[in-house]
Design a protein. Structure first.
Length: 183
């Protein structure tokens, strides 16, 4: 990849590929199913697995497709499993998560350090900052009241989710080469 601009151009071109549309739709469906599955470490801390599908879309098809898939998955998730009123902030967070995964993994070899950095970026800026802001706005509780617990939770989950991300990306990368989804 030569430039930041090229990353977005190549990713936008992926929408012309029928295989991209089909695989992305399947991964969105898998995301909706995995968002219902969690592994509880403590009553307050759980590991979800839905983020893995967003990362795989970003890895396979880039930031543009991953942003669209993140937004679409959030909207479909709201209609299939409503938990209160719809709020655009969480859709924005899902799209930004796809952007981050696309920027870190699209057309790149999967390595451990980028997996840790991608998850750090998402956990810190999206989960801790943005999602805490959205929860504060919706719940009427102060941002700084919610912040410490959310920051601690994301700090604890960061290495675990990073290792899961790395393992899943390695496996999907091998499968994608075999299926000729990646150059």
């Amino acid at each position: 990849m030569k430039s930041f601009k090229d990353t977005f151009l190549f990713s936008a071109r992926e929408f012309k590929n029928l295989r991209c549309i089909i695989v992305t739709a399947l991964l969105i469906a898998l995301n909706l199913a995995l968002d219902r599955v969690s592994l509880y470490i403590t009553p307050e801390i759980k590991i979800g697995f839905g983020f893995l599908t967003s990362a795989m879309i970003g890895m396979l098809f880039g930031p543009v497709v991953a942003m669209a898939a993140g937004a679409m998955g959030d909207i479909l998730g709201f209609f299939l499993y409503p938990r209160g009123a719809y709020f655009f902030g969480f859709t924005l967070s899902a799209a930004l998560g796809g952007l981050v995964y696309g920027l870190f993994f699209y057309r790149r070899e999967v390595k451990l350090l980028p997996a840790f950095l991608a998850k750090l970026t998402i956990n810190l800026f999206i989960n801790v900052c943005l999602n805490t802001l959205w929860n504060s706005m919706l719940g009427g509780r102060g941002f700084f009241v919610l912040l410490p617990a959310r920051a601690l939770k994301n700090l604890i989950l960061w290495p675990i989710e990073s290792l899961l991300l790395f393992a899943a990306a390695k496996g999907v990368g091998r499968a994608a080469k075999w299926a000729k989804l990646k150059p």
